[in-house]
Write a protein that binds this ligand. Structure first.
Ligand code: OFO
Length: 171
């Protein structure tokens, strides 16, 4: 059984994961109407789907532990970006924010002596290490590319491989 404090904190995380899915969905919809960014668009759509999966995992956990997962209302995410570099910078910032909120949840699980939730959260801790590292790799590459269109063309081609490797590491 979850304590009220733990349940409220997990429900807050449901909202954060759902909001993350919206944030990346907006990036995907924006990238889709930029010419030549098909693979980048696919990356954002997949990332959005993953966040929805993170949200669902939490919902099932809360309900399975005798709690009640409350489906939250969401905020309008940023819809447009000055460039693809800006979108990926926002993605990294967002992942760092998510990692911080997972760490807070782990703290609460320990203070509540809720070892089952603590164990469950370890999956999210590992996932955030992967996601932050992937976002940093992408941002480093974009930093190197700068305004070089040829470099961006290669990046658009390579992001397919980067995300496939990221998924394989997570599997
Ligand atoms: Fe990328 O955030 Fe979920 O956990």
């Amino acid at each position: 059984m979850l304590t009220k404090k733990m349940q409220d904190a997990l429900n807050e995380q449901v909202k954060i994961e759902a909001q993350s899915s919206q944030v990346y969905l907006a990036m995907a919809a924006w990238a889709e109407i930029q010419p030549g960014f098909d693979n980048i668009t696919g990356f954002f759509y997949r990332h959005s789907d993953e966040e929805r999966m993170h949200m669902l995992k939490l919902i099932h956990f809360i309900n399975d532990r005798g709690g009640f997962a409350r489906i939250p209302s969401l905020e309008q995410p940023q819809l447009t970006f000055p460039s693809i570099n800006h979108a990926f910078k926002e993605l990294l910032k967002h992942e760092v924010f998510v990692s911080e909120s997972i760490n807070k949840l782990v703290d609460i699980a320990l203070s509540e002596k809720d070892y089952a939730t603590h164990n469950f959260l370890q999956w999210y801790v590992a996932e955030q290490i992967e996601e932050e590292s992937l976002a940093r790799t992408i941002n480093d590459k974009l930093e190197l590319i700068g305004d070089d269109k040829g470099g961006l063309y290669l990046f658009e081609r390579d992001i397919l491989q980067i995300s496939v490797e990221g998924d394989a590491e997570q599997a």
